[in-house]
Ligand binder design. Structure first.
Ligand SMILES: NC(=O)c1ccc[n+]([C@@H]2O[C@H](COP(=O)([O-])OP(=O)(O)OC[C@H]3O[C@@H](n4cnc5c(N)ncnc54)[C@H](OP(=O)(O)O)[C@@H]3O)[C@@H](O)[C@H]2O)c1
Length: 388
């Protein structure tokens, strides 16, 4: 029986994880859950999965939850310290890291420092502080298992092979809802259009990141730190159907890949059950019926966010954390109808240009850059975008 804590249990990955748990009650026990402010969904999850401890980052939501629950049912923690404490709960074997954004950095790091194995969906902390997180993981004997479907595919395609034989890794990207749109039409993209992903049902932030291709850029940086590969060995191809989840090309010309229907329960289950596989009973992958799979090179002129991520990786130091923070601010503003879709890369680029590079040697320094970049991006939104 594996005892698990889920950070971000009320979100899309959190819900899929709990779905896997409920299919295998003899394999998993939920001991802890954590989320931001959604006390209603968290209460339903508590009543179904009976964790011993939960946390909400929003103190008001935590207070509401306490007043509704019988005191003996579960311990309710609050704020960032509460999120960091949930993962330190002594009877825990695996932490599913699925908070969205940089808010997941400290709780995920806390899990690593407590020696918990980590299954990582929350890519932003890896983008901000991948090197430091991997150093901490090594120090505490922790393996970080990827949940992102692309990274799970790479992980699976590397199994049983020598890393030294890898020629390159190719991350696939769906291209999002606007791949076929003429560049000029992107000016008028609405929030509703951007929130309609062609293949995946996900949280709002990652759905917008998929539409701008920033999600792929964040994933390239995540891949660098998860697999310790240089940017020159990390390529991207647009693959509209999201059936091939990524590929690893070896020096003898062999290309190994993992395919499957786009369903996050597959990579989540693989990370949770590693090295075993359990029957999830998805529909058969009928390639004859699918007929054809399509591929295109990425268009970084129409979707500059992908190039910005490669630039951040090349710049190093605090530039990836700057890219991430500016993107979070810009996506939030777009979702709240404060800036236009095409302003997202503008805000990120201007913020990155203002960054003065300096080596980062601690998480505190990363968080300082993060805060600076958020303030700078807010300023850029007042100066470099056309008011809506
Ligand atoms: N969805 C996918 O298919 C998918 C695939 C690959 C990778 N990922 C990655 O997985 C992460 C989660 O994505 P998602 O789609 O599941 O997002 P989501 O549906 O928006 O869920 C986000 C989760 O994070 C919690 N949260 C937000 N802000 C928080 C804060 N300040 N403190 C604590 N918890 C907070 C939310 O709690 P409340 O509900 O209380 O706000 C919710 O539980 C992202 O990093 C994303 O890039 C997602």
């Amino acid at each position: 029986m594996k005892r698990i804590v889920i950070l971000g249990s009320t979100g899309s990955i959190g819900a899929s994880t709990l779905d896997v748990v409920s299919k295998f009650p003899d394999r998993f026990q939920v001991v802890g859950l954590a989320a931001g402010s959604n006390d209603q969904i968290l209460e339903d999850q508590i009543r179904t999965f009976h964790p011993k401890v939960v946390a909400l980052s929003c103190s008001d939501a935590a207070k509401r939850l306490r007043t509704r629950l019988e005191t003996s049912l579960v311990e309710v923690l609050e704020g960032e310290p509460g999120l960091c404490d949930v993962v330190r709960f002594p009877d825990c074997d695996l932490v599913i890291s699925a908070i969205v954004g940089g808010a997941g950095l400290k709780p995920t790091l806390s899990a690593i420092q407590a020696g918990r194995q980590v299954a990582l969906a929350n890519k932003e902390p890896m983008v901000m502080a991948g090197q430091l997180m991997q150093q901490e993981a090594q120090k505490h004997g922790v393996t970080i298992f990827p949940i992102d479907s692309e990274h799970s595919a790479i992980f699976q395609s590397m199994e049983g092979h020598r890393k030294v034989d890898i020629r390159r890794v190719v991350l696939t990207a769906s291209g999002g809802p606007f791949w076929e749109w003429p560049a000029a039409d992107l000016e008028h993209v609405t929030q509703e259009q951007a929130l309609k992903h062609p293949n995946w049902k996900m949280g709002a932030k990652i759905t917008i990141d998929s539409a701008t291709l920033m999600n792929k850029g964040l994933e390239v940086i995540e891949a660098k730190w998860l697999f310790d590969l240089p940017a020159a060995q990390l390529d991207v191809v647009i693959h509209r159907e999201s059936i091939i989840h990524s590929l690893v090309e070896y020096c003898d010309g062999s290309v190994i890949s993992q395919l499957g229907h786009p369903d996050m329960r597959t990579p989540i289950s693989y990370a949770m059950n590693y090295p075993e596989r359990v029957p999830l009973h998805p529909p058969l992958l009928d390639l004859g019926k699918i007929g054809k799979l399509t591929f295109f090179p990425p268009d970084t002129e129409k979707f500059p966010c992908l190039q910005l991520a490669y630039d951040a990786l090349a710049g190093g130091n605090g530039l990836p954390a700057t890219l991430n923070a500016a993107n979070e601010v810009a996506v939030h503003a777009f979702l709240h109808k404060q800036i236009a879709f095409l302003d997202i890369p503008k805000v990120i680029q201007e913020t990155m240009s203002a960054y003065q590079t300096a080596p980062l040697s601690s998480i505190e320094e990363v968080l300082e850059v993060d805060q600076w970049a958020r303030r700078t991006a807010e300023k850029m939104m007042k100066t470099c975008v056309t008011p809506i």
